[in-house]
Design a binder for this molecule. Structure first.
Ligand SMILES: [Zn+2]
Ligand SMILES: [Zn+2]
Length: 231
């Protein structure tokens, strides 16, 4: 359902920063805007003809937010559009905008925990943010997204899966679960190791789980053997 522009963890530069999008006609929904993402969008010529841009941000680490400035500036100047940015912590994002020089008229910030996007091409997309445990320094959010009669969960960076999401998965109400997954496993890890993921997700539900934000230690063969998918 989601097209990935990159699928690596912050330091796994080979795979690019974890980010994805949905595009229909002249509209795009982009999820996260790490340092490598603007370059990738340009490389794929995805700004060409773009008329509506919705950007969902999970948290403000550089591998999720590092090129957000360019991704707002470029369409503002070249496509004459004002992107919508969805991020629940308004104060934090306004502070970031101030630092990087994004002015009020360049984008609209939506900071509700639940938001509905109504787009002429993408249709109606419902977002429900959920605060997730990641690091102590900044807030991080995952979200449930409903679009095209599908319900997905996108973890952002998180070292666990919220109970609410696990319940939806277990009662058959979730179509896809995208989870930040790493190979390395240690105490106080900011990300979820494949080792812990396999303890959380029962065998028969793993086909619905897609591992993203992959670090250099995640062995794809092991993940697939366990029944998970890799983005
Ligand atoms: Zn990250
Ligand atoms: Zn992070």
């Amino acid at each position: 359902m989601l097209n990935f522009l990159g699928k690596g963890s912050a330091f796994n530069t080979k795979l690019g920063n974890n980010s994805c999008y949905i595009q229909k006609d002249n509209s795009m929904l982009l999820i996260d805007a790490g340092g490598t993402v603007f370059h990738k969008l340009q490389e794929l010529d995805l700004f060409n003809g773009l008329k509506n841009l919705h950007i969902v941000i999970t948290h403000t680490h550089p591998d999720h937010c590092g090129s957000l400035g360019e991704i707002i500036f470029y369409p503002f100047y070249y496509n004459q559009i004002k992107p919508m940015v969805y991020f629940p912590d308004r104060k934090l994002m306004e502070g970031y905008f101030k630092v990087i020089g994004v002015r009020n008229e360049m984008c609209s910030l939506v900071s509700d925990m639940e938001a509905t996007i109504k787009d002429s091409s993408l249709g109606e997309i419902k977002l429900k943010f959920i605060k997730v445990p990641h690091v102590e320094t900044i807030p991080a959010f995952g979200f449930i997204m409903e679009a095209d009669n599908k319900r997905i969960y996108y973890s952002g960076d998180a070292n666990s899966i919220p109970d609410e999401v696990l319940s939806l998965l277990k009662n058959g109400s979730l179509d896809i679960l995208y989870q930040d997954t790493c190979g390395i496993d240690y105490d106080k890890n900011a990300h979820l190791s494949i080792n812990k993921l396999k303890d959380i997700i029962p065998d028969e539900l793993r086909r619905k789980v897609w591992c993203m934000h992959q670090d250099g230690y995640l062995d794809s063969e092991t993940a697939v053997k366990l029944g998970f998918n890799l983005v």
